[in-house]
Design a protein around this ligand. Sequence first.
Ligand code: ZN
Length: 113
Amino acid sequence: MSAILPGESTECPICTMPDPLEAADGFECATCGHEWLAELSDGLDNIRDANGTLLANGDSVTIIKDLKLDGKTGGVKAGTKIKSIRLVEGDHEVDGKVNGRALLVRAAFVKKA
Ligand SMILES: [Zn+2]
């Protein structure tokens, strides 16, 4: 694991000097002048379904829980499949379409198909 986490010290990949200068979208080494992009994690590479399986864009998932839709009649039944999901930020990480309707679902309420 080499991802740079917030609060962790960063060092220059060329000369390994710690504490580089922070540039607009990355870092600049004050010692050798090397510039590189920050490895900012968007958190979308570690979204797991109800079974703890990693989800990725394009996966198909099955909903495991009857879901009510906010402010709308109807809902989505357990067992409904969502094809070709897209992962998004937020507490409802799975973006997909069911019967032509856009839907956001918590990753904990789906399992990978
Ligand atoms: Zn350097």
